[in-house]
Design a protein. Structure first.
Lengths: 517, 323
């Protein structure tokens, strides 16, 4: 292909004495979709930060547009034609699509913002991308996939030559992912931009990448053209199989009486759900975005009201109105979106781990014992392989996977309690394969001790991996409750049947929706 | 990673000099300022004058401590000035008919009730703390002036002694102030609720989801601020032996907020130290006292105080933008 747009030479970056990037050499070319993979903590975010100017490298060079830089500022990066779209939406819901696209680059007419021109040019831009979005619409009215496309349009409007996408499809359903892929392909193939595509989903790499680069522990493992590599190669490079834990688990005879029972349970937007769980059992709730997974889980946890129906614990109906009441009864929740809902930024790891436990049986009394707190942290760090195992390190310095281990660790500390109910919502979103396996293993250990797990996921592979039974939801209604063995295909098919034709005719036999698997 | 990976396995962060410098700035400023006043007015540096300063700041300090904890939880109470007036007026009007003990109880109840109203509107119903407490600021000032259009004075001797009495040579007012500071430090440093207050300030949603009783703690903090303001009202009217509804506590909310921000609690909450807030208010009190001793006119004294706050804002930016 043509010459490199951006060449990175021997790039290093350290944070407070910890080397995160240990010498990166790589080139990004025009018209190429370059998939960038790596476990959480591999250094991807830092590397992207160096390219976009948000992070200042400690050593090395970035060659771009004929210049040779030791570091870029966000402004230089933009001027040199490097555009970045972050994983989390940087979009203003209350503004229109056009206003978002021209935000910070407003066109003026007689000193006033020329909204008409924004709308006109946005319409042209969006049409060029082959999407049908009215630029006058408020972003609030758009779906998640469309929002991502608006972000891409906004980035394109700055005239970049290299477009960096950080996990653009992390929170999207199948249809939305396909739409984003179409746009990305168009950007690379028709418009000839270089694309750096960061993702955790290996299927997605198969789908769109021209070249694959794997990052591990701050170094590039390899960088090859896509046709030469298989999914297995990639998985192996991201997390060598020695680091993964094989799982064998038989649960033919689940002992004991039901621990949890839902009878016609309705949360505000979801239900009615009927479900019985015995100790050691895991139910996976599968559904696309907006199917009611979060609604149901948060309602069971008392963070949202129960509309009707009954929740029984050990055969007795209970009324749970707040998370505090849920926790007192042994029900815990690992919420979706770690940054917004689980983690206390600016506090250290041990504070984050023990926040729910101050003044409880685990940490009684009021005099704080640093030694006791650290001992608890060390136990979690060992059981879940938290890295770095430093209780005093600020939570912001942990990778997504390790932060998630600490968040889950909160509810595994009380290991004597044999009758816990652990609710999880998208437990491994933004978590790499290695950490994922460790999280699953920790949950299995808890289940072997008698805990129940109810988790929601938009990743069918996760349901197959962890669940004994799957509850499929679509538009807030239960579609099916199926026992193992089931396949990813079954789940996707069930959810899509309802998603595709379900709103008008709620039959199980509609075959218009096609399964991508 | 080895099995004994623990605290000392990971490399430590190097010393953060900006953090160190900003942390030392407040005590250092107090020392330098004290030295400056001492050089100019030697009488500044005496036990007697220190007691004078403490009497000046005691009432506001009593409010400052719970109010700073409230701000650490991400909430603010701008109504304390008028609340102080209302409590003072209620007390002043009640002594004659109710007697001292009942009046004190009633005054504290009024402060607590104001806290319950503020707290319920903000923490339970989710209204904006600034709007709610600005509203109650105006409301309570009106209420105070309606109850007593003219200054109330002439309190029982058994109450006024609170204003001038001493124990071990130290005024009661100073003892109360010290007790409140100690209580505040104790709660924030040792009680579980101290951690929870900070947690709410950092991420209220996450705190709710780990079982922190977010609403209850929010209301409790407003009530604590209300109780402290009622106490401050009693301290103030005992000291000046009158309760003028038009001027009592005017601007107190701004001095309190100034001290809290100067003490390093960010306006968005999530961190801070009660002791540093106490130091900051002490600095403000000392500044005022020293400037009066030096015969600096009030208008200059105001300008200097303003500059101190701007300087503190600069330090805060420096601290946040490092790295």
């Amino acid at each position: 292909m043509s010459d490199a747009l951006v060449t990175v030479v021997d790039l290093h970056k350290s944070f407070g004495g910890i080397e995160v990037l240990k010498g990166i050499d790589i080139a990004f070319r025009a018209g190429e979709i370059h998939a960038f993979l790596g476990a959480n903590g591999a250094g991807k975010s830092t590397f992207l930060g160096c390219l976009s100017g948000a992070v200042r490298p400690t050593q090395g060079n970035i060659k771009v547009a004929g210049g040779d830089y030791e570091s870029l500022s966000p402004r230089t990066a933009l001027n040199m034609g490097i555009g970045i779209i972050y994983q989390h939406y940087q979009i203003f819901e209350d503004l229109t699509v056009a206003d978002n696209i021209f935000l910070g680059r407003e066109c003026l007419r007689m000193g006033m913002v020329d909204t008409a021109r924004h709308v006109r040019e946005s319409a042209v831009l969006l049409e060029r991308l082959g999407v049908r979005i009215d630029p006058r619409m408020q972003v609030r009215q758009l779906g998640t996939g469309e929002r991502k496309i608006v972000e891409i349009a906004r980035a394109l409007n700055t005239g970049p030559r290299l477009l960096i996408l950080d996990e653009p499809t992390a929170a999207l359903g199948e249809h939305e992912i396909a739409a984003v892929h179409d746009v990305v392909r168009h950007v690379a193939k028709t418009e000839g931009l270089g694309v750096v595509y960061v993702t955790h989903l290996l299927d997605e790499v198969d789908e769109i990448a021209d070249r694959v680069t794997i990052l591990r522990n701050g170094r590039i493992v390899w960088s090859r053209p896509k046709p030469e590599v298989s999914t297995a190669d990639m998985a192996e490079a991201i997390a060598p199989s020695s680091a993964r834990i094989a799982h064998v688990r038989s649960r033919d005879d689940l002992p004991g009486d039901p621990l949890v029972e839902l009878r016609d349970y309705r949360s505000p937007y979801t239900g009615p759900v009927n479900l019985v769980l015995r100790p050691g059992e895991a139910v996976g709730i599968y559904g696309l975005l907006g199917s009611g997974r979060t609604d149901l889980l948060e309602s069971l946890f008392g963070a949202r009201p129960r509309q009707s129906g009954e929740l029984l614990l050990r055969g007795k109906p209970v009324d749970i109105r707040t998370p505090a009441e849920a926790l007192a009864r042994g029900i815990s929740l690992v919420a979706s979106d770690r940054g917004d809902q689980s983690v206390f930024q600016s506090l250290d790891a041990v504070e984050n781990l023990l926040m729910p436990h101050h003044g409880t049986r685990l940490l009684p009394g009021f005099l704080r014992s640093r030694r006791k707190e650290d001992a608890l942290f060390d136990r979690v760090a060992r059981d879940l392989s938290v890295h770095p195992a430093d209780p005093r390190l600020n939570i912001e310095n942990f990778s997504g996977g390790n932060a998630q281990k600490i968040v889950l660790g909160r509810w595994l500390l009380d290991s004597d309690d044999t009758a816990k109910i652990i609710l999880l919502d998208e437990p491994t979103q933004g978590v790499d394969i290695g950490a994922r396996a460790q999280l699953y293993e920790a949950l299995r250990v808890a289940m072997d001790r008698g805990a129940c797990v109810i988790f929601g996921s938009s990743d069918p592979a996760e349901i197959v991996e962890l669940a004994d039974r799957a509850l499929v939801l679509a538009y807030g209604a239960p579609v099916a409750l199926i026992d193992k063995p089931f396949t990813e295909g079954t789940l996707v098919e069930l959810a899509h049947k309802m998603a595709g034709g379900g709103r008008s005719s709620a039959t199980q036999h509609v075959s218009t929706a096609s399964s991508p698997l | 990673m080895t099995d004994n990976a623990s605290t000392n396995a990971a490399p430590r962060k190097p010393v953060d000099w900006v953090e160190q410098a900003t942390a030392a700035a407040l005590p250092l400023a107090i020392c330098l300022l004290a030295l400056f006043f001492y050089v100019n007015v030697p009488v500044f540096f005496s036990f007697k004058n220190a007691i004078n300063i403490s009497i000046q700041v005691a009432a506001l300090m009593t409010i400052c401590i719970p109010a700073s904890m409230l701000l650490m939880a991400g909430k603010v109470d701008l109504s304390v000035g008028s609340m102080l007036a209302l409590c003072g007026i209620v007390a002043g009007l009640s002594f004659e008919s109710l007697g001292v003990p009942t009046t004190v109880a009633l005054t504290l109840a009024v402060g607590a009730a104001a806290g319950v109203v503020n707290g319920t509107l903000v923490s339970v119903l989710g209204f904006s703390p600034i709007i709610v407490t600005l509203g109650s600021l105006t409301l309570m000032r009106g209420l105070a002036q309606w109850l007593a259009p003219n200054p109330v004075f002439g309190f029982p001797e058994s109450f006024v002694i609170l204003g001038y009495g001493r124990w071990l040579g130290v005024p009661f007012l100073t003892w109360i102030m010290v007790a409140v500071i100690v209580l505040g430090v104790f709660v924030m440093r040792y009680l579980p609720v101290g951690r929870k207050i900070v947690a709410i300030g950092i991420n209220e949603r996450a705190a709710f989801l780990v079982g922190v009783r977010v609403r209850l703690i929010g209301v409790a903090l407003y009530v604590a601020t209300g109780l402290a303001t009622a106490t401050a009202a009693l301290m103030t009217i005992a000291r000046i032996n009158s309760a003028p509804s038009g001027t009592l506590g005017v601007g107190a909310e701004l001095t309190v907020l100034t001290a809290i921000l100067l003490g390093g609690v960010p306006f968005t909450g999530g961190k801070g130290s009660v002791l540093r807030v106490a130091l900051a208010l002490w600095l403000l009190g000392m500044l005022q006292n020293g400037l009066i001793l030096m015969n600096v006119p009030t208008e200059f004294s105001l300008m200097i105080t303003g500059c101190v706050l701007l300087f503190a804002a600069g330090l805060d930016v420096l601290r946040r933008e490092r790295g």
